[in-house]
Design a protein around this ligand. Sequence first.
Ligand SMILES: Cc1cc2nc3c(=O)[nH]c(=O)nc-3n(C[C@H](O)[C@H](O)[C@H](O)COP(=O)(O)OP(=O)(O)OC[C@H]3O[C@@H](n4cnc5c(N)ncnc54)[C@H](O)[C@@H]3O)c2cc1C
Length: 391
Amino acid sequence: MSTALIIGAGPAGLMAADVLSAAGHQVTIADQMPSVGRKFLMAGKSGLNLTKDAPIDAFLSAFGDVPDVFRDVIRGFGPEDVQRWARDLGQSVFTGSTGRVFPKAMKASPLLRAWLARLREAGVVVRTRHKWVGWDGADARFETPDGPQTIAADVTVLALGGASWARLGSDGEWAKQLSGTTPFKPANCGFAVNWTDHMAPFFGQPVKATALQAGDLTSRGEWIITKDGIEGGGVYSVSAAVRDGARLSIDLMPDVTLAIVKARLSKKPKKTSRQQYLSKALRLNPIKVALFNELTKGLVMQLPDGLGQAVKSLQMPLLAPLPMDGSISTAGGLTFEALDQHLMLPDRPGVFAAGEMLDWEAPTGGYLITGCLASGRTAGQNAARWLSQTP
Ligand SMILES: Cc1cc2nc3c(=O)[nH]c(=O)nc-3n(C[C@H](O)[C@H](O)[C@H](O)COP(=O)(O)OP(=O)(O)OC[C@H]3O[C@@H](n4cnc5c(N)ncnc54)[C@H](O)[C@@H]3O)c2cc1C
């Protein structure tokens, strides 16, 4: 029996462990935290969005410009496979109105419990509080509460995660140990805004029924005004473009055409303040009126054209991402150029890599977990194949 070592016990690592143990190998999982799957559990706190029920080509388009090797990874384990996998673990799933797929239990803990039970039954050994700190010859080197240790294995899958929410284990420190990495960047992140005091009453409140646009990306999702800036699903969907320098524009009335907005604005009664006027003529709610005032401060606008244009395309100033540790995920990490077409490190034969530690990004909406499960599965399969072909 060959031995397999998986380093990192998130969805990618657990999937690689599952595949390798099912192929009959003796699998050990090592993780630096006192327990496994902490980010996966956190992902379930606000509803574990496992995947998106979409045709594979539409699904793949959310991953942007990824190399073919990663497209093949997703094709090999797409939205339907993820749902089947969850059901096999005894978790019913349902599809929400926007196509997002969740386990009925909504949280991750029942799924993780069932998954770990299956791995335990297959003889997989889990070693927690093992921080991988590089290599000792061919063996993996760890810092543990009992001092430095090494683990030898015939194949290794690295599934060390990205570089956000470090307190859950995904601290990105592993990047120091590998060549072929590119700096991490926040993905699905919020942005800093220096609000005036007028916005304070709205901190923590959702902004609904807007359309956000940045670069090629658009979003109709809800977002939140916080004391530090803007966050939430709607913002995350356009965050890659904003992070890379595109301006964010907000349509406060996405279901109404500019012509209709202008027509409504052309009948301004005398002695009406702009505030009353915006809320009466356009029925903008107080948070949208406050946003409008905040972002058009000092601008002279013609009625109805200039004002109407601003309502349909409110310009945010250039925005800087909030600190990366708070972002849902990260781009950057181990580049695909540093791997061969089997997700193996060419300078370390028998060592494969998977999950968010690889340099790809996708919006929230189930794409991230699917990408991690799919690449964990491919890395596990390729590691098993490598074992069968290597004397
Ligand atoms: C609040 C929040 C909500 C989210 N919600 C969703 C969602 O609904 N849907 C979705 O698709 N995605 C969601 N995500 C993203 C998703 O959770 C991650 O993309 C996914 O967990 C990444 O999986 P992974 O296995 O690659 O890495 P991780 O889950 O980050 O696991 C990596 C593991 O490696 C371990 N590790 C790191 N370095 C070392 C080391 N040196 N030695 C040993 N072990 C190490 C860590 O302790 C960790 O256990 C969410 C993320 C957050 C933060």
